[in-house]
Write a protein that binds this ligand. Structure first.
Ligand code: UT7
Length: 373
C-alpha cells in the first residue's frame, strides 16, 4: 500500500509582549510610515528574558499535539528548524523532546535559516513515506530579538519572535505533502549572516565589540534574490505535483516583506486573496513564519479539506524552496478525558526529566567514588 505524509494538526506560540513601530521610533532613526510602506510590518512579538527558542517550540508542539490522538511516547521524530537555536549543541529539538516526554523520539535541529521549516517538513514527510516512521513533529521556532542589533535600523525593524509546529502522520489516503523543491546557493552566504560565534570566528572581546554576533544583511540583494526565486520555486513545485497554478487554493509565503510577497504574486499572476499574509502583526519570524501563517489561516477557516496549498520560502544560505500540500480531513475524535490525561503526562515529563538529572548526578558520584578505590 502506498503511504502518504499528511499534516494532521498545527499549533503556534508567540510571546505576549508586543513591540510596535512607535516603540522602535524611540530607539532608532525610523518612522512608522517608513516601516509600513517598505515592509508592511506594524508590530511584532518579542520574547521576555525567560522565553527562549525551546520554550516557544515546546508550547507550539503541545498546541499541535493537543487535537491529535498521539500521546508523548507515540511521537517518533522531532525536528526543530531554527536560525536562533538554544545552543550550538545540544539540539533545541532534544530539549523539546525532553520537555514533552517524547521518550521514543529521535530529535535533531535543521539549519537552513528561513527556508528551514519547508526543508524540515520535507525530511519528515520522506521518512514517513519510506515507512521508517509513522509520525513526526516539525517545529519552526525563533527568538530573533536576541540576535538583532537594536541600534541597526536596517535590520531591527524587520524581525519578530514566535514558533509554529506541524504534526505529520502516515496514511493510506492520497494527499499530504505532494512535492517539494529544495535549493541553495552558498556563494550568497555573506548577504545575510551572523558572522561570529561559530568555528570560523569564535567569540572574542573584539567580535562582541564589533557586533559580529548580530544579524548582518544586504537587504537590497536579499530582496532581489527573493523576488526572483519565490515565483520560480512555486512554479516548479506545482509542476512536480502535476498540478496547475489554478489548482492552488492558497499560497503561504515566508513573511519577510509585504513588497516581496506582492512582487512574487504579480509574477505568478495569482490574486492577493489567494495569498496568506500576516506580516503586519508578526514581522519576519524566520522559520516560524510559515507555520504561524498556516495556523492562523486554519483558525480563520481559510483552509478547507481537499485544498491545495503552496508553502514557499527563502533565506540565508542562500536557501529557498517550495512545497505543495493537499489538505485532507483526517480529524480523529479525541475524548476530553484523553486530552486531560495527556496534559498530565506533559507535567509528568518535567518531573521525569528532573529525576533523571538527579539520578545521573548520583550515578556519576557513585561511579567516581568506586573507581577511586
Ligand atoms: O528572511 C529573509 C530576511 N531578509 C529579508 O527578507 C530582507 C529583504 N529586504 C528587504 O526587505 C528590504 O530591502 C528592506 C526592508 C530591508 C529595505 O527596504 P528597501 O526599500 O530595499 O530600502 P533600501 O535598503 O534601499 O534603503 C532605502 C533607504 C536608505 O537610505 P538612503 O541610503 O537611501 O539614504 C536606508 O538607509 O532607507 C533607509 N533605511 C531606513 N529608513 C528609515 C533603512 N532602514 C530604515 C529604517 N527607517 N528602518
Amino acid at each position: 500500500m502506498k503511504r502518504y505524509a499528511h499534516i494532521t494538526s498545527c499549533g503556534m506560540a508567540v510571546p505576549e509582549r508586543v513591540f510596535t513601530n512607535q516603540d522602535l521610533e524611540k530607539m532608532v532613526d525610523t518612522t512608522d510610515e517608513w516601516i509600513i510602506s517598505r515592509t508592511g510590518i506594524h508590530e511584532r512579538h518579542i520574547a521576555s528574558p525567560q522565553e527562549t527558542t525551546a520554550s516557544l517550540a515546546t508550547a507550539a508542539a503541545l498546541n499541535a499535539l493537543d487535537p491529535t490522538p498521539l500521546d508523548p511516547d507515540d511521537v517518533q521524530l522531532i525536528i526543530v528548524a531554527s536560525a536562533t537555536p538554544e545552543h550550538i549543541f545540544p539540539a533545541t529539538a532534544c530539549i523539546v523532546q525532553d520537555n514533552i516526554g517524547a521518550v521514543n523520539a529521535g530529535a535533531f535541529d535543521l539549519s537552513a535559516a528561513c527556508t528551514g521549516f519547508i526543508f524540515a517538513v520535507n525530511m519528515a514527510a520522506q521518512a514517513i513515506r519510506s515507512g521508517s516512521i509513522d509520525n513526526a513533529i516539525v517545529i519552526g521556532s525563533e527568538t530573533l530579538s536576541k540576535i538583532v542589533n537594536w541600534e541597526d535600523r536596517n535590520t531591527c525593524v524587520l524581525f519578530g519572535d514566535g514558533a509554529g509546529a506541524f504534526v505529520l502522520q502516515a496514511s493510506e489516503i492520497p494527499g499530504g505533502v505532494l512535492s517539494c523543491v529544495m535549493r541553495s546557493d552558498g556563494s550568497g552566504g555573506d548577504l545575510l549572516s551572523v558572522p561570529a560565534g561559530g568555528s570560523q570566528m569564535p567569540t572574542t572581546m573584539e567580535t562582541v565589540a564589533h557586533n559580529l554576533h548580530t544579524i548582518q544583511m544586504n537587504g537590497r540583494e536579499v530582496f532581489r534574490f527573493a523576488t526572483r526565486e519565490m515565483a520560480a520555486a512555486t512554479r516548479e513545485a506545482v509542476a512536480i505535483a502535476q498540478l496547475q497554478l489554478d489548482d492552488i487554493n492558497l499560497i503561504v509565503p515566508h513573511q519577510a516583506n509585504r513588497r516581496i510577497i506582492e512582487t512574487a504574486a504579480r509574477s505568478l499572476r495569482v490574486p492577493m486573496d489567494r495569498i496568506i499574509m500576516n506580516i503586519d502583526r508578526y514581522g519576519n519570524t524566520s522559520t516560524a513564519s510559515i507555520p504561524i501563517a498556516v495556523c492562523e489561516a486554519m483558525d480563520e477557516g481559510r483552509i478547507q479539506s481537499e485544498d491545495n496549498l503552496v508553502l514557499v520560502g527563502f533565506g540565508a544560505g542562500l536557501t529557498w524552496g517550495a512545497m505543495v500540500i493537499r489538505c485532507v480531513e483526517t480529524e480523529v475524535y479525541v475524548a476530553p478525558t484523553r486530552r486531560a490525561r495527556r496534559r498530565f503526562l506533559f507535567v509528568l515529563a518535567r518531573l521525569r526529566s528532573f529525576v533523571r538529572r538527579v539520578l545521573r548526578k548520583l550515578e556519576g558520584l557513585i561511579w567516581s567514588t568506586s573507581s577511586k578505590k
